[in-house]
Design a binder for this molecule. Structure first.
Ligand SMILES: Cc1cc2nc3c(=O)[nH]c(=O)nc-3n(C[C@H](O)[C@H](O)[C@H](O)COP(=O)(O)OP(=O)(O)OC[C@H]3O[C@@H](n4cnc5c(N)ncnc54)[C@H](O)[C@@H]3O)c2cc1C
Length: 417
């Protein structure tokens, strides 16, 4: 069967590899000159399989008022005259109840733990290198309240297979001695030892190469997709600036740009772009070795080989990837406060991009009302974490096999009731 995958970020490449391995004849189309040049380029690097608390939760509501007009807030909520954002925002608010947040958490965790298994298989079978580390993620907290909340979240997740270790302040310093140069308050931490890290850009391009050499997957770069052409209940072609392309089946993996092409063929996905930023510097001996999540400031740190990546901020800014100085400055300031002896005299590589976010948290996988159109999109803050699991699920659905996990809360159906 001939399959056209639309988009060559983490989700497009992972799906291409998986389908190629299973004997499909796969072509991937992307507007950039190589894979992973948009949201999958310089993200936080965390494979945070057990970080399953969705943004939409009761705990975010009191914080939203506090963050509303602060430029350095982890979630920047500037009201925009944008109907898509308003509709998305109302759905987000509806998911901020305890019962909805718990259901969304269970669904995210199920996909996360499955992705961990699938990532292990991809790493073993492909043999690719991407600055991978399996030393877990250390979550640190500056206030007792935040630490207490995280412990309760862990107690809840434990019932569904997540395993984390609670650490005292001293145990955090013992695990990461580079904290000792900082004046920042750390009251305690949680070590998510099932979690991992790696560079998504290296991963995508190495995996694309294996998919091409081993399974004959073709990557058509510098090609912009402009329209899905539908007849009755099937896609008959994809229009691009290089001409029309046809296949037996199509997989939508265009991240934040997916709604632009899905809307005109009658598929409305509640995916809204949430902008984030990262910086990357060459690491010295005063940078952390274990990946960190600063649970109070919502900033993540990953050691990727000889580099340190720092990422954070969620801003509603529409389809806009521009780097705004006042948004990236708080990330640099927080990193300098936590790791004052890192080499801050060197050039800092800055980056911004948009997370394809759903209002409830989980991505949208699999079937659509159009018989030969499948989705692998809407992964929000966790697209790197969930890439391997999502690809395997979408491939199973396309092969009409039972996927490895329950699909409840992970498909388009949940928005169609
Ligand atoms: C600051 C930041 C930090 C993050 N940190 C983490 C993290 O630590 N862990 C984690 O799990 N996730 C993280 N994420 C989220 C993760 O990066 C995303 O969920 C993931 O990259 C989404 O991948 P994707 O393949 O869906 O989208 P993309 O990577 O954006 O891929 C979509 C592709 O579609 C192509 N495309 C779009 N429109 C067209 C068109 N018209 N024609 C042709 N091609 C087109 C684009 O060129 C692009 O290559 C972070 C995101 C950000 C912004």
């Amino acid at each position: 069967m001939k399959v056209l995958i639309l988009g060559s970020g983490l989700l497009g490449v992972s799906t291409a590899y998986e389908l190629g391995k299973r004997g499909f004849q796969v072509t991937v189309v992307d507007r950039n000159a190589e894979s992973a040049r948009e949201t999958s380029f310089a993200n936080g690097g965390q494979l945070s399989y057990t970080h399953a608390e969705p943004w939409a939760s009761p705990s975010v509501l009191p914080k939203m008022a506090k963050w509303a007009f602060r430029d350095d807030a982890p979630l920047v909520l500037r009201p925009r005259a944008d109907m898509d954002m308003i509709r998305w925002g109302l759905k987000f608010l509806r998911n901020c109840t305890t019962s909805r947040a718990n259901v969304n958490c269970i669904n995210l965790l199920r996909l996360g733990l499955y992705s961990r298994e699938q990532m292990e298989i991809v790493r073993r079978e492909s043999g690719i290198s991407f600055d991978f580390s399996n030393s877990g993620i250390l979550h640190i907290y500056s206030t007792e309240k935040d630490f207490e909340h995280a412990k309760q979240q862990d107690e809840f997740q434990r019932k569904f297979g997540s395993q984390q270790r609670h650490l005292t302040r001293d145990e955090c310093y013992a695990m990461e001695p580079s904290f000792s140069h900082s004046a920042r308050t750390i009251v305690g931490g949680i070590h998510a030892f099932q979690d991992e890290t790696g560079d998504p850009y290296l991963y995508c391009n190495a995996l694309a190469k294996v998919a091409t050499e081993r399974y004959g997957v073709q990557f058509l770069y510098n090609t912009t997709i402009t329209e899905l052409r539908k007849e009755n209940d099937r896609i008959v072609a994809v229009a691009t600036d290089m001409g029309d392309m046809t296949a037996d089946a199509y997989v939508m993996a265009m991240g934040s740009y997916s709604p632009q092409l899905l809307g005109p063929v009658g598929i409305n996905v509640p995916i809204y772009p949430m902008k984030g930023y990262s910086i990357t510097i060459a690491a010295n001996e005063y940078c952390p070795n274990v990946s960190l999540t600063d649970g109070t400031h919502k900033i993540v740190y990953s050691r990727l080989g000889s580099r340190m990546r720092v990422a954070g901020t969620a801003e509603f800014a529409g389809l806009n990837q521009e780097i705004k100085e006042k948004r990236i400055a708080p990330i640099i300031k927080a990193a300098q406060a936590l790791f004052p002896k890192a080499d801050w005299s060197q050039p800092i590589t800055q980056w911004a991009c948009i997370r394809p976010s759903t209002p409830d948290g989980p991505p949208i996988l699999g079937l659509t009302p159009i018989r030969n159109l499948f989705l692998n999109t809407g992964h929000g803050t966790l697209g790197w974490t969930q890439a391997a699991g999502s690809a395997s699920i979408v491939a199973d659905i396309m092969e009409q096999k039972r996927p490895g996990i329950l699909l409840q809360g992970l498909t388009l159906n949940r928005y169609m009731a």
